[in-house]
Design a protein around this ligand. Sequence first.
Ligand SMILES: Cc1ncc(C[n+]2csc(CCOP(=O)(O)OP(=O)(O)O)c2C)c(N)n1
Ligand SMILES: [Mg+2]
Length: 413
Amino acid sequence: MTERVTATTTPYTIGRPPFRPGDDADFGGKFVEQPGDLNRPDPAKCDAQDTVAHASGLIRVLDDAGVASGQWNPQLDAETMIQGLEYMMRLRIFDDRMIKMQRTGKLSFYMRSFGEEAIAIAQTMALENQDWIFPSYRQPGAQFVRGRDMVSMICHCIGNTEDNVKGRQMPVHYTWKEGRFISISSPVGTQFSQAVGVAMASAYKGEDEVCISWLGDGTSAQGDYHYALNFASTFKPPVILNVVNNQWAISTHANLATGGRTFAERGLAYDIPSLRVDGNDFLALYSVTKWARDRAAAGLGATHIEVYTYRAGGHSSSDDPSVYRPNDEFKCWPGGDPILRLKEHLIKAEMWNETRHTALAKKIDDEVMASYKAACEFGDLASGPYPPASTIFTEVYEEVPWHIQEQREELGK
Ligand SMILES: Cc1ncc(C[n+]2csc(CCOP(=O)(O)OP(=O)(O)O)c2C)c(N)n1
Ligand SMILES: [Mg+2]
């Protein structure tokens, strides 16, 4: 007779981090999955069932030696790849400088994209300029692609008189109307349902505008993720929904958020084509995003993507990862460093060299320092000037409610 298994006798195993401080981190060397393993279905015909293998596998284009191959190779020209490399270098150098500014008291708080630079940059480059970006705090790189001025970004991080959100947001919670870069919400995940809603509106109006959004492995436990997928499944709007699985949600490991299957596979249950992609492979990211945009533009609706990567830095300037993971864990990540991988690919193809790379890094560093100085002309963190207190009350409500008006009068501003 089969033994009856009840909830209390089932040997549940709840996900744990693979390594803790003091352990030797070892992810097994390289990825087993190789470029060319997975086919590239026709984006104008593909449905969820055609992506079962793509949701459990890993789409790669660059192999461990920096060679591009397979059906997903986007065949980009040298100029586009060098532009992508430059954007990624700009983001890393910018982040490094800003975190130093935070450590010396010149910014109150900061969040880096360290190790994840390829994501927003490759994916935004694969879109059209009219497409809408619904980011989390780990996709500021999209703004470089759309041409946002660095001085304006730093003014926001300082919260000085030129901050375009007038000190009403935390640093790194950018908003940039001209670049169709929607305000980053501090409550994580709200951007997913907003992106689906705007995509539904675009489809309704018959406009060629696709929305893209990202949230993290940890955030995929929020209801907003499921609301978004449910509406995306039902109404089939032109939207690209990315779960950035960077292994960590502050100090909580991704194993605690999946229950065992990949994040990508969850999309299949909603009947949405779902892909899992190497998030440190610029070319693979570009390619899957272009594919998803083509599907959206063909009227086939949403694509769900798990971007498989590693958060190489702390969660934010307030975090100390050494208390919950080995310090060298990121060095063992099989996906390596996204900047080095594209650089290596370009050098191998004789499109780039070390001299140009060093010169470009120096040029960007000078640009960042000059931008920081220019931003401080509009006020620094220590001594201001800051936006006036009256801005607490403006530009939020079209018609100011009576109780807000009353508070404003009480403050005398
Ligand atoms: C609704 C909500 N809950 C909790 C937080 C605090 N919080 C901010 S970021 C974060 C972790 C998010 O991790 P993940 O989604 O994996 O994104 P990552 O930081 O790794 O990019 C938490 C818990 C928040 N901002 N909003
Ligand atoms: Mg995460």
